[in-house]
Design a protein around this ligand. Structure first.
Ligand SMILES: [Zn+2]
Length: 199
């Protein structure tokens, strides 16, 4: 096996683009696999804008500093983002699932209540802004994705099936080797029994 093949195999295993060039994203993913309880830098724990803070307040305490860190890191890179979606109850998720199916509108999710990471306070969506204008599409989402991955967050833009560039989530350490389906099953059972997602 050549070094290039080895690097590609490692990249595939840690879930980053397998381009054979180990950049910051690859090294961060390897680091997170080995040290899953890595914490974001202390200097990024300050409050961010009010709109983001209202959403951040719905997230689990473990995730909150990561969301703030992402807003601050994006700003330091000249990109304005806000956290625009956080925790959703099962009922809210079912309402969203109905959209484009039994209700009017376009389909925005394939997850019913209990089947989205948003139902457990471990996931959030960001919006890129130009001044006060929300940008539905922008190459800046990819740039923010790299910053989030660098912090140790999972980025929806790296998903193989439905890519979701505004989406970030903090995978619990116990789920480091689980697929999405098994992780969600464990999250539902923990929620039912009152056990925390990050215990
Ligand atoms: Zn999302």
């Amino acid at each position: 096996m050549s070094l290039d093949q080895i690097i590609r195999a490692v990249q595939q295993a840690v879930g980053v683009n397998s381009d054979g060039k180990p950049g910051p994203e690859t090294w961060r993913a390897i680091y997170n696999r080995i040290c899953p309880d890595a914490q974001p830098p202390e200097q990024f724990k300050d409050r961010v804008d009010d709109r983001s803070e209202r959403v951040i307040a719905t997230l689990l305490p473990d995730v909150q500093p990561y969301a703030r860190a992402l807003v601050a890191k994006a700003a330091a890179n000249g990109i304005t983002i806000k956290v625009i979606s956080g925790l959703r109850t099962y009922d809210e998720q079912n309402d969203l699932y109905a959209q484009g199916r039994t209700k009017s509108g376009r389909i925005v999710t394939n997850a019913r209540g209990g089947y989205s990471n948003h139902n457990f306070g471990i996931a959030f969506d960001i919006g890129v802004f130009e001044g006060s204008r929300y940008l539905d599409e922008s190459p800046r989402y990819k740039a923010v994705g790299a910053l989030g991955t660098d912090l140790g967050l999972e980025w929806g833009g790296n998903w193989r099936t439905i890519q979701d560039e505004p989406h970030f989530q903090l995978r619990p350490a116990w789920a480091s080797d689980l697929n999405e389906k098994d992780m969600l099953a464990e999250l539902r059972s923990r929620k039912d029994s009152g056990e925390g997602a990050y215990v």
